[in-house]
Structures are given as structure tokens and as C-alpha cells.
Design a protein around this ligand. Structure first.
Ligand code: 13P
Length: 254
């Protein structure tokens, strides 16, 4: 399908895959996706598998992403990983503000914005996640929540930095639940987010920005979701853990 922006489809492996399992998966992906040029492909393994996975994808069309980073470049922050450390493994993207981190690690929009600035300072492209919970949607607060998250998480970014930033709309109620947003609901939220970007930055930045959809994306629903005008890719959880299903999502999106 012809899209205004190049699709970017990323697999968020979350806290899954030993190094051996990660290697199995990435070798499978290489075989399945070697000829795909129409879509930017990204895998986001756990930190412990980045080094080995990076070696396997050096010579192919799959790029590496991390699932989180600390906002500072170094220092006394036990257990944390910096952007500079990620760069050692040729990491290009980093997921920031995933709803699981907002929920379990209590990450705030201010922290996510600090991380986004840290990522840009090291030339990593942030994938900034936003999305409402079921209670918020049912209370009619979806737009208010998205606006707060988008404004807060992108605070202080320049137009140039926004040009190197990906957004991911991930309605919390659709993550890992098998309940996908309908294509119409996804499109509506993406249009709203793009309008916010025009307001925060300008029309050109908004038109160029890529906004992924995430939440129970599967081979069976990928085509309809990706065919929406303002859906520019997917952030895939469960279905990215198996080479065939991730590859089928990619192929069904082209
Ligand atoms: P699922 O695809 O498992 O619903 O996860 C989506 C997600 O959280 C990707 O970041």
C-alpha cells in the first residue's frame, strides 16, 4: 500500500528471551525479512541480548532498539543503563515511557522527557509511548490524557529532535489483552496526536512524524490497522516473539 510516511514496525520483546532464544528469533527474522525494503524494521531485545543480537543484524535491514535507558550519561545510578552504553551495541532506537514502565516504575512525563533529551544527546531515536487506560477511555478522557502525555513527554524538544522521534500510541487496554483498538479508533487517536504535534511544533513536523500503533497487533489485524492514513507502523509485543508472526505482520502491512 502507498503511504505518506515510511512504515516503521518494531518488536518489543519486553522481559522475554535468553541470549540463546534471542539469537534463534533474530536468525529467523533475518531469513523471513531479508528482502523487505518498504518498511523500517526494528527489534528491541532485553539489554542482556543486545550485544549478541547486534552482531547478527550488522549486515541486514533490521535495526536495533532498547526498551529503556537512564536519562543521565553515567554516575552513581545502580542498576541503570545509559544511552552511551547502548550505543556500544549499535543501538539506534530506544523505547521510552512504555505504559508498563509508567505503571510499574511510576515513570512520569517529566522523566520521559528527560530521557528523550538524553537519547537525542547521544543520537538515539526515542520511541515515545503514550496511551490511555480503559477507565480513562470510558470516562471520556482519552484526548485529555493523550494531550498531557504528549506535551509532557516531548517537552522542550526542538523541531529537529522531533524529526528524529517516533511516537507510539498504545492504548493500555489493548496491550496483551487480545483487544485491539479498531482501525477507526486508532486512526482517530493518531489524528488527534498529529494535531497536537502541529500545535507544539509546526505543520511540517506533524506531517513528517511517524506514529506507531501498539496493542495486540497480530498478522490478522495488521493490514487494516496499517492501511489507516495516520498509522505509520506498529509496536508489537506478544506477536514479535515468534519470527513467523512478526514477519507476517510486516508482510501484511506492505
Ligand atoms: P502486545 O502486542 O503484546 O499487546 O504488546 C504491545 C506493546 O506493549 C508493545 O510495546
Amino acid at each position: 500500500m502507498l503511504k505518506e510516511r515510511k512504515l516503521i514496525i518494531a518488536g518489543n520483546w519486553k522481559m522475554n528471551k535468553t541470549v540463546a532464544e534471542a539469537l534463534d528469533l533474530v536468525h529467523g527474522l533475518k531469513l523471513e525479512l531479508a528482502n523487505v525494503k518498504e518498511v523500517d524494521l526494528v527489534v528491541c531485545p532485553p539489554f542482556t541480548a543486545l550485544s549478541e543480537v547486534s552482531k547478527v543484524i550488522l549486515d541486514c535491514n533490521i535495526r536495533l532498539g532498547a526498551q529503556n535507558m537512564h536519562e543521565k550519561n553515567g554516575g552513581a545510578y545502580t542498576g541503570e543503563i545509559s544511552a552511551m552504553m547502548l550505543k556500544e551495541f549499535s543501538v539506534r532506537y530506544v523505547i521510552l515511557g512504555h505504559s508498563e514502565r509508567r505503571q510499574y516504575q511510576k515513570e512520569s512525563d517529566a522523566l520521559i522527557s528527560a530521557k528523550a533529551h538524553g537519547a537525542h544527546a547521544s543520537s538515539l531515536k526515542p520511541i515515545v509511548c503514550v496511551g490511555e487506560t480503559l477507565a480513562e477511555r470510558e470516562a471520556g478522557q482519552t484526548e485529555k490524557v493523550l494531550e498531557t502525555q504528549v506535551r509532557g513527554s516531548l517537552a522542550g524538544l526542538s523541531k529537529e529532535q522531533m524529526g528524529e522521534t517516533i511516537l507510539a500510541y498504545e492504548p493500555v487496554w489493548a496491550i496483551g489483552t487480545g483487544k485491539t483498538a479498531t482501525a477507526g479508533q486508532a486512526q482517530e487517536a493518531h489524528v488527534f496526536i498529529r494535531r497536537l504535534l502541529a500545535d507544539l511544533f509546526d505543520e511540517t513536523v506533524a506531517r513528517r512524524a511517524r506514529i506507531q500503533y501498539g496493542g495486540s497487533v497480530k498478522p490478522a489485524n495488521a493490514r487494516e490497522l496499517m492501511s489507516q492514513a495516520d498509522v505509520d507502523g506498529a509496536l508489537v509485543g506478544g506477536a514479535s516473539l515468534e519470527a513467523r508472526s512478526f514477519a507476517d505482520i510486516v508482510k501484511n502491512s506492505i
